[in-house]
Design a protein around this ligand. Sequence first.
Ligand SMILES: CC(=O)SCCNC(=O)CCNC(=O)[C@H](O)C(C)(C)COP(=O)(O)OP(=O)(O)OC[C@H]1O[C@@H](n2cnc3c(N)ncnc32)[C@H](O)[C@@H]1OP(=O)(O)O
Ligand SMILES: O=C([O-])CC(=O)C(=O)O
Length: 377
Amino acid sequence: MADAKNKVLSGAGLRGQIAGQTALSTVGKEGAGLTYRGYDVRELARCGKFEEVAYLLLYGELPTAAQLQAYIERLQALSDIPDTLKEVLERIPADAHPMDVMRIGVSMLGTLEPEESFAQQHDVTDRLLATLPAMLIYWYRFSHEGVRIDCVTQEKDLGGHFLALLHGKSPSELHREVMNVSLILYAEHEFNASTFTGRVCASTLSDLYSCVTGAIGSLRGPLHGGANEAAMDLIDRFNSPEEALEELRQMVERKELIMGFGHAIYRDSDPRNEVIKAYAKQLADEVGDTVIYPVSEAIEKFMWDEKRLFPNADFFHASAYRFMGIPTKLFTPIFVCSRLTGWAAHIFEQRANNRIIRPSAEYIGEEQRAVTPISER
Ligand SMILES: CC(=O)SCCNC(=O)CCNC(=O)[C@H](O)C(C)(C)COP(=O)(O)OP(=O)(O)OC[C@H]1O[C@@H](n2cnc3c(N)ncnc32)[C@H](O)[C@@H]1OP(=O)(O)O
Ligand SMILES: O=C([O-])CC(=O)C(=O)O
């Protein structure tokens, strides 16, 4: 029986329990918002490249200019995917969810290029970071357009690489910048559900591909990373702010969840929202949008006025991605391309000071009893 101090309320989701230590990020610490290894995420988004942030998380410090250049070249050189993986991707149906594709792709690469020892953990992570966009888009364009794309592009950054694979041409500078910032914002977030999944798996001394595959499964759910896709589906239901407000009122009355709002840790705002919202507005102006952005803002105001709930990182990512011509079903896989860095850094951290993660449960079932023979039940 759990003692009073350790008693965990049923349905409390372990909220507020310290489940381990990390030097990677702080979330919702008073006055700090979100920091990666001590740096404010807003500052990183303002003056950094995603590859710098990936390097910071994976290698411990921001790179020098020479280290960054070498890292970018390394990722570019690693970006092609094996033919056997392409064959597997070609067999996945067009109506599969792209998060299935990510899971299968990571799993298959882990079969073809297994992590033989933890000494390879950085190499395995860099390889995954470099190939995740190609895995997704190779499948997407083959299954939807019948095109076998070249998985190597001349783009010098992962955001530009992703868009170039998807659209078959170099993105505009604005789109490249938005993708870069988006990847920075999504990179790391302490003990969120997918990262914790990865750490639990790592604590059994499993291989990195297995940890990442499990983390992808957790990220997919609409209460976590899947909320960017779900938020877009919600916004798409409305042709005007008025229509949205009428329906929202009823949804809230029915106690339905409004996707892209609220957070397990932040109480008043998600520091990533102001950054991506500003880009969503800029992109809305660029494409001359008169529906999606106004509907999104109306939902935001309604949720705050009625429920004191604020948009999390996912809500304005939805419209920003839409304005860049990214299909809705690819939204959560972009989160994977970014969060891989946070997951891997946590896996390294877990491995460096490991004890198998194995909490206890408070038993609330039947008292001990004898088995009734089957003929008497
Ligand atoms: C990158 C990310 O993963 S960010 C999260 C993405 N997920 C979403 O956007 C899904 C929608 N949001 C939610 O489901 C939740 O806010 C979560 C999962 C993010 C956090 O869950 P919790 O920590 O349990 O939320 P919290 O304790 O703050 O909820 C307080 C109350 O607000 C309600 N609430 C929270 N979020 C929402 C929402 N989006 N819509 C409607 N009501 C909500 C809860 O139901 C709860 O109501 P109750 O007191 O009547 O039971
Ligand atoms: O921290 C969380 O619970 C969810 C989140 O915002 C993230 O993983 O980015």
